[in-house]
Design a protein around this ligand. Structure first.
Ligand code: NAP
Ligand code: ZN
Ligand code: ZN
Length: 347
């Protein structure tokens, strides 16, 4: 077993603290990655605080992982020692169901094995990227193109793919008008990726102070969701709306902003349901849909797309001892737009 340093939530009520644990030895198909950077996703906070229920403790969060390959198993074909590699939200799946065979491992019939807050085949809890190293089967490791900086690429492993996948699935592109609700980690990646796809993006936000950033990131318009006139002015404006908001909110108000046949895509994952009004959907044949991250093949495609289009995340790099403060700042929307932990600070 490989002794590993990390930061863990010991219970849902605890702040994160130093934690030593064991990774499995490198098997024939495994890649050992020395982690250099890990993004802080709002899902880390939801899970570390057990807001979705069923969390496994102690929990080392982190699923936006980038590092250097330190060792490979003797059957590994696709990775070599010294390469920059990434790990996203899952580290295994059944590999045999229709979804897995199609490269949609995130929709695996038996459930993807989460990078942390999951249990592997032996029933052992998985632990994430707020740690010095990770051992992952090569089929679930991504190649980080050299055009991307490791720190700026880390958030692509979740925030990047979570916004790229639905935009590609629904064919969002030129001639479409897209609204992005919530300008946080996911929201800022959605603007960059949609712009690269040729789409006109409007940001709908609760924070006036983010107006300049929205325009700098490539939006063509910005409107406050606290103002009633936003909902009259933008009625039936959009082909698609991507909702990245982390807290419970009223979806129905946004349905009115869709054209006939428009789609509201939910990626934000609040911990409580909200009521649904049927008429705004019925009367314009509108849809509400959801999407979770992306498969391995599509995640690689997204990383290559970002390298080609010079897209990285806007980040604030922190040492790991600031992780608890960073969580509080994420909850206040006080980050532009993703914290990334420098894991050299843990050694
Ligand atoms: P984040 O950086 O905290 O951004 C969330 C944004 O939502 C905030 O910046 C804020 O934007 C808006 N917001 C927050 N509280 C709000 C409230 N009470 N009312 C209205 N707007 C509010 O979080 P993130 O990392 O982007 O993650 C966003 C959500 O997506 C989380 O729930 C996360 O768990 C989920 N997620 C889902 C997937 C998936 O696969 N579906 C993957 C990753 C994350 P404004 O200031 O602009 O209003
Ligand atoms: Zn995430
Ligand atoms: Zn499967």
């Amino acid at each position: 077993m490989l002794s590993t340093q990390g930061y863990a939530a010991i219970t849902a009520k605890a702040t994160l603290q130093p934690f030593e644990f064991a990774r499995r030895d490198v098997g024939p198909h495994d890649v050992l990655i020395t982690i250099t950077h890990c993004g802080i996703c709002h899902s880390d906070i939801h899970q570390a605080r057990d807001e979705w229920g069923g969390s496994i403790f102690p929990m080392v969060p982190g699923h936006e992982i980038v590092g250097r390959v330190a060792q490979v198993g003797n059957e590994v074909k696709t990775f070599h020692v010294g390469e920059i590699a990434g790990v996203g939200c899952f580290v295994d799946s059944c590999r045999t169901c229709a979804a897995c065979r199609e490269g949609l491992e995130q929709y695996c019939d038996t459930g993807m094995l989460l990078t942390y807050n999951g249990r592997d085949q032996d029933g052992q809890p998985t632990q994430g990227g707020y740690s010095t190293q990770i051992v992952v089967d090569e089929n679930y490791v991504l190649r980080v193109p050299s055009a991307l900086s490791p720190a700026g690429a880390a958030p692509l492993l979740c925030a990047g793919i979570t916004t790229y996948s639905p935009l590609r699935h629904w064919g969002v592109g030129k001639y479409h008008k897209l609204a992005v609700i919530g300008l946080g980690g996911l929201g800022h990646m959605a603007i960059k990726i949609a712009k690269a796809l040729g789409t006109e993006v409007t940001v709908l936000s609760t924070s006036e102070r983010k107006r300049q950033d929205a325009m700098r990131l490539g939006a063509i318009d910005f409107a406050l969701t606290s103002q009633a006139e936003t909902f009259t002015k933008l009625q039936r404006r959009f082909d698609f709306i991507l909702d990245t908001v982390s807290a419970p909110h009223n979806y129905n108000a946004y349905v009115h902003l869709l054209k006939t046949d428009g789609t509201l895509i939910l990626v934000g994952a609040p911990d409580r349901p909200t009521p649904l009004e049927p008429f705004p959907l019925i009367l314009h044949r509108r849809r509400i849909a959801g999407s979770v991250i992306g498969g391995i093949r599509e995640t690689q495609e997204m990383l290559d797309f970002c390298a080609e289009h010079h897209i990285e995340s806007d980040i604030e790099v922190i040492p790991i001892r600031q992780v608890n403060e960073a969580y509080e700042r994420v909850l206040k929307g006080d980050v532009q737009f993703r914290f990334v932990i420098d894991l050299a600070s843990l050694k």
